[in-house]
Design a protein around this ligand. Sequence first.
Ligand SMILES: Nc1nc2c(ncn2[C@@H]2O[C@H](COP(=O)(O)OP(=O)(O)OP(=O)(O)O)[C@@H](O)[C@H]2O)c(=O)[nH]1
Ligand SMILES: [Mg+2]
Length: 310
Amino acid sequence: MTDLNDTCGVSATASQLRCGFAALVGRPNVGKSTLLNTLLGRKVTIVSRKPQTTRHRILGIHTLTGAQIVYVDTPGLHRQENTAMNRCLNRTATTVLAEADVAVFLVDALRWTQEDEFVLERLTPFANPVILALNKIDRLRAKQALLPLIDRLSGRRDFAAVVPVSASRGINLAALEAEIVQQLPNSVAYFPQEQITDRSERFMAAELIRERLLKTLGQELPYASTVAIEAFEQEGRLRRIAAVIWIERRGQKPIVIGHKGQRLKQIGRQAREEMEALFGAVVYLQLWVKVREGWSDDERALGLLGYAEP
Ligand SMILES: Nc1nc2c(ncn2[C@@H]2O[C@H](COP(=O)(O)OP(=O)(O)OP(=O)(O)O)[C@@H](O)[C@H]2O)c(=O)[nH]1
Ligand SMILES: [Mg+2]
């Protein structure tokens, strides 16, 4: 029996500890990333009202007494696969299942769609337990309103548990975690106790800019836009960051830049403030907008722009 105090700071022995990967899966916009941030009490993944906000596999590590849950946030599974990026997002989400000990299938308690059907089908070959989490119950008038959906879905798969939650309000999340822990194998901890995510500040810097773009431009934001970090220098509490917002058409530039550059300035300022709060650092951020035609349907360009998944 190994004492984990030596390596990970988790005070339990291997035989007592439950540890494993919990994949958060569901269609876009059901609240997977919101759930992860609330569970961890820290922002490790970006959130927005627009579908397909998450584009990468992001780990969020929650070390509890006697357990370590390694959550995996995934891009929302969607039926439309018309560009290389769409296919890449679905592939990323599906690949995560291959290494998951348990899947949390997140749905919007108020809205079951064809895309949820699609996710349920994708879960068919997944042999490990699936927990059904009905999210956004804060918007329900009465709890009984959940019963028809629970009834219908219970007939579709033998879920290990069905847990109504509100990710944004933090309702019933302890119950959800207790169900997840029950499904994890006995194992030594995979990560040191203090580690919260596998993603670097550099990655988060790009994501925070993308989140600002989503929030500032809303429906106006070209779907095929992304952010790449060109330079990331760290000197003590100082970060010098240079980033490029990539879009696909010259005509989209004015949307992002705005009148006399005001929009881009606002996006840069707000993203910088968020980085400073998250990194506990002083940040100098330089931001450009560049055009690369057809990047979202070009496998090679996707790789260069950070979409080559592990
Ligand atoms: N009312 C309510 N809104 C929620 C809840 N959880 C998430 N939301 C909102 O739902 C929207 C989508 O949340 P995300 O966490 O980005 O959803 P996602 O499933 O990660 O979406 P993708 O990354 O696009 O797959 C945001 O506007 C959230 O604020 C909840 O419990 N209640
Ligand atoms: Mg997300």
